[in-house]
Design a protein around this ligand. Structure first.
Ligand SMILES: *Cc1c(COP(=O)(O)O)cnc(C)c1O
Length: 411
């Protein structure tokens, strides 16, 4: 019998979304009338259909594959040049950031990339992760054996947690202690917070002083509405030596089901050997893709490329604007209901303080029973999420307006 990876046994049972599902099912069985009014604002998945430009490009690409003259088999493992060039040009060079085409690595999404990146990083790294947080950063480190066992509060031994609270506007300062690897996500899921240029500069300064690596998740950069907020960590000088950026077409082009994202791995970004020799990470990342993957399907890469066309770009902007208008409507509803509201200005998530010091799950139950609205309990994202809940703006306009009306009745 083969030995199994015992790190998986350390993982807390996938508690959050199964538990939400269980409570919602039970409520609906016991209250069939209320069940008909139920609106889900829980899981962070998009609801609106794909942009027309992407649909047409993917259809045309499938037709190409159906003709001997235009058929393509395996593509480049790091993604097709036509897509890498569009990304590097539109998302970076047009914004004054000197990213080369071959510093873009096309993937099947940034959830996946967040896990894959650990392939090229050492097991001895001291890892810092924000709390509350997108659970993928924590769990992939547990699976890779970078942590000890789980504690009673859901955290793991060995991880340095960076509390994100109302006091620090949900943006942590760099720690006093030394860490090697830091996960940052701005605009943030779940809090909707954004980091200013000064705050990101502070992190780059820390990373350079400590020879640390920043793993910067920018999945929501398209939702930034305030002009002075950076969209990329590479807007901060020096970040090219100490940061990797993750981006995705999931929340921009509605590609959560289509699957496409990318990492930006600069050639100047360094890691070190046990002996202290500094080496670039780019060749390792390149080798990782060549060996373990064959990138993403040709039609999907053509679909992603189409998001950079004039009409594709306009369609993406309309999608983002749709969700952000929902976020404004939901924020106003929650405020009218007497709740303290964070986020929702540069991100499709609203982070809400529970009233009367209710626990996250108590508030979840109250929202379910009284308003027939499903939210996500903040404690599911980490111990510092206790006392909060997340409302997702990924919904139809009709649902967002109805949820806002119901929220306003809370006061
Ligand atoms: C949705 C999301 C992503 C994107 O994941 P994909 O795998 O590209 O769909 C990445 N990071 C965060 C924090 C997210 O919420």
């Amino acid at each position: 019998m083969a030995f199994l990876n015992e790190n998986y046994l350390k993982l807390q049972a996938g508690y959050l979304f199964p538990e939400i599902g269980r409570r919602v099912r039970q409520f609906c069985e016991e209250n069939p009338e209320a069940a008909k009014r139920l609106i889900r604002c829980g899981i962070g998945d998009v609801t609106e259909p794909l942009p027309r430009a992407a649909i047409d490009a993917m259809k045309a690409a499938v037709e190409e594959l159906g003709d001997r003259a235009t058929f393509r088999g395996y593509g480049p493992e790091q993604g097709y040049e036509f897509l890498r060039e569009k990304i590097a040009q539109h998302d970076y060079r047009d914004r004054g950031i000197d990213v080369a085409d071959d510093e873009i690595f096309v993937s099947d999404g940034s959830k996946c990339d967040c896990g894959y990146i650990l392939d090229i990083l050492g097991a001895q790294n001291r890892v810092a992760i924000t709390d509350p947080v997108y659970p993928v950063y924590v769990d992939t480190n547990v699976m890779a054996g970078h942590t000890g066992t789980a504690r009673a509060n859901g955290g793991y031994e060995g991880i340095v947690y960076l509390p994100c609270t109302a006091e620090n506007n949900f943006v942590p300062e760099p720690p006093q202690a030394h860490v090697d690897l830091v996960y940052l996500c701005f605009p943030n899921n779940p809090t909707g917070a954004v980091a200013t240029r000064e705050q990101l500069s502070g992190w780059v300064e820390y990373a350079r002083a400590h020879d640390a690596l920043l793993l910067f998740d920018a999945a929501y950069e398209a939702y930034i509405s305030e002009a002075e907020i950076p969209h990329s960590i590479f807007e901060v000088p020096g970040a090219e030596e100490c940061a990797v950026e993750f981006r995705s077409f999931s929340k921009t082009g509605g590609f959560t089901g289509v699957r496409c994202g990318f990492t930006v791995m600069r050639k100047q970004t360094l890691g070190k050997t046990e002996e202290g020799k500094k080496l670039p990470l780019h060749p390792l990342w390149h080798r990782r893709w060549s060996t373990k993957a064959n990138s993403v399907s040709y039609p999907v890469q053509r679909g992603a490329e189409a998001l950079y066309s004039t009409e594709g770009g306009a369609q993406v902007s309309r999608l983002v604007e749709h969700y952000m208008q929902n976020a404004r409507i939901l924020s106003e509803g929650a405020r009218a209901g007497g709740l303290a509201v964070y986020g929702g200005r540069n991100a499709p998530y609203i982070w809400v303080k529970t009233p009367e010091n209710l626990g996250s799950w108590q508030m979840f139950d109250r929202m379910l029973r009284e308003l027939n609205v499903v939210v996500t309990p903040g404690s599911g994202f980490g111990s510092k999420g206790e006392g909060y809940f997340r409302i997702s703006a990924f919904n139809s306009r009709e649902n967002a307006e109805e949820v806002a009306r119901r929220l306003a009745t809370l006061s």
